[in-house]
Design a protein. Structure first.
Length: 238
């Protein structure tokens, strides 16, 4: 994939289909403490913007405080604010939780530092339970399936809303990641089942037909072609 990878497409190296995993040079490791703020600048900007937006909702003030304190480097204080927020919202009615989770996941998706916006305690106690409840309360809604992710949920999201392009992109990325797990040890060995992976690539190719964005289509098609070429070369040499 190119360096200008669009939102929703992870660059090579993040998923297993990245070919090169260069070790961090020693001089970079030595300079990490002084350079940390620089290379995490976008992370802090993500937190700052989320804090500003969340502060506009009276029910989310503790979450806004969490983001603001985390952005300032006050991690222990930030997680105390987060615990207060979780303790309140996990007891809130479904609609209040749904509104927050929908806002949060839209805000976090594809952003630098998205893991900082959705730390594990929040995901475990609020986000995932709310998404699962959402699939039961609104069985015809694609959004909770999109955010839950995984092959079955993403397929269900597209069954419910063919126009959900974000779910479509996520499913293509998921398929490429799975196939990449099979091919990343080539030419030493193949770690998957060839016919299943070729079928998966054909499925991903079919998903591209309904993508409206040309850049996504072109880059995904290139990645699919790369994986298929690796498999075909493996078959020729076997």
């Amino acid at each position: 994939m190119s360096e200008s990878t669009p939102e929703g497409v992870q660059p090579a190296g993040v998923f297993a289909f990245g070919r090169e995993r260069n070790p961090i040079p020693p001089f970079v490791i030595l300079n990490l403490p002084t350079n940390m703020h620089f290379w995490r600048k976008k992370y802090f900007q993500t937190l700052k913007e989320a804090a500003t937006e969340a502060s506009e909702s009276p029910d989310w003030t503790d979450y806004a405080a969490f983001c603001a304190e985390y952005e300032r480097g006050l991690r222990p204080q930030a997680f105390k604010s987060l615990e207060r927020f979780i303790g309140t919202i996990e007891r809130a009615p479904f609609e209040a939780r749904r509104r927050f989770v929908s806002w949060l996941l839209h805000r976090a998706d594809g952003r630098e530092g998205q893991h900082m916006l959705v730390p594990f305690p929040l995901r475990l106690r609020v986000v995932e339970p709310t998404l699962l409840e959402w699939t039961e309360v609104e069985p015809g809604c694609s959004e909770p399936h999109r955010w839950l992710g995984g092959y079955e949920h993403l397929k269900r999201a597209l069954e419910l809303a063919r126009e959900d392009e974000l779910a479509r992109r996520k499913l293509v990325v998921l398929i490429l990641g799975k196939v990449g797990m099979s091919t990343h040890e080539l030419p030493i060995g193949y770690l998957g089942v060839v016919h299943e992976d070729l079928e998966a690539l054909s499925e991903a190719e079919g998903l591209l037909k309904n993508l409206s964005n040309d850049d996504y289509r072109i880059q995904f098609a290139a990645s699919i072609g790369e994986e298929r070429a690796l498999i075909e070369e493996y078959l020729r040499r076997r």
